[in-house]
Design a protein around this ligand. Structure first.
Ligand code: CA
Length: 247
């Protein structure tokens, strides 16, 4: 069963739009393009893309707002393309719902590598009925239940709307419990690499993990001081908070 993967390129610069379109086509995507933010939001709603590349400097709506609007209806993997290497832009982009970012000018090979790493990450398996004896790895912690198979997280009877990146980070902590995961470990996890290969992780990639964790904490309604799920280990990384006695 091969489902066509859909890509959406939101970019007002024609040359860059064409470049990105070609890269995604070569990676096997059915690619659509939009040259304004509002057209991009509409296309995202209609096409339900797997991957979106989003230029931050668009003529009508800025890319941050475009990301926020897309996130209301989409769990697409959003790669922000920023014209400046300013860290603030990058972090704001991730806070607005982006998963990853690249600074222009970027190498097509780099973009393709990011997209392919993302596509190797597991997706929801709701469309494939698993055999009854094939257990869905489901985990529960302090009232939160997470199913790795269907990629859902439920708290107080409500399903949380997590991005793929947020879900993967949550799952990583649940899997290792009280063992501290460094930011570099988690960044590698997002690239779908083994933890111990020691591949290069930049400061910006570690900061990105912090931003995603901050977004996840907000969605969980978790507290920094008395966490139920995400415990920050200062200067190192994160681990799962200890279980609390329910009363
Ligand atoms: Ca632009």
């Amino acid at each position: 069963m091969s489902e066509v993967r859909v890509g959406l390129v939101i970019e007002d610069d024609q040359d860059i739009r064409e470049l990105v379109r070609v890269v995604l086509s070569q990676a096997g995507f059915d690619v659509h393009t939009a040259s304004t933010g509002s057209a991009g939001v509409l296309s995202a709603r209609e096409l339900n893309p797997d991957v979106i590349t989003l230029d931050l400097g668009l003529p009508d709506i800025d890319g941050f707002e475009v990301a926020r609007q897309i996130r209301k209806s989409s769990d697409a993997y959003i790669i922000m393309l920023t014209a400046r290497a300013e860290e603030l832009d990058t972090l704001m982009g991730l806070e607005a719902g982006g998963d990853d970012y690249l600074t222009k000018p970027f190498r097509p090979r780099e973009l393709r590598a990011r997209v392919e790493a993302m596509m190797r990450r597991p997706r929801a398996s709701s469309d494939t009925r698993s055999a009854p004896d094939e257990a869905d790895p489901e985990m529960a912690h302090n009232g939160l239940s997470v199913s790795a198979g269907s990629r859902t997280a439920v708290l107080k009877g409500k399903e949380l709307k997590l991005t793929r990146t947020e879900f993967d980070l949550l799952l990583a902590l649940l899997e290792t419990g009280r063992i501290v995961r460094t930011k570099a470990d988690l960044a590698r996890r997002l690239r779908n690499e083994p933890y111990d290969v020691g591949s290069y992780v930049s400061d910006a990639d570690e900061r990105a993990v912090e931003v995603h964790m901050g977004n996840l904490r907000k969605k969980l309604g978790d507290s920094i001081q008395a966490p139920r799920w995400l415990e920050t280990v200062r200067g190192v990384g994160y681990r799962l908070a200890p279980p609390v006695q329910s009363n």
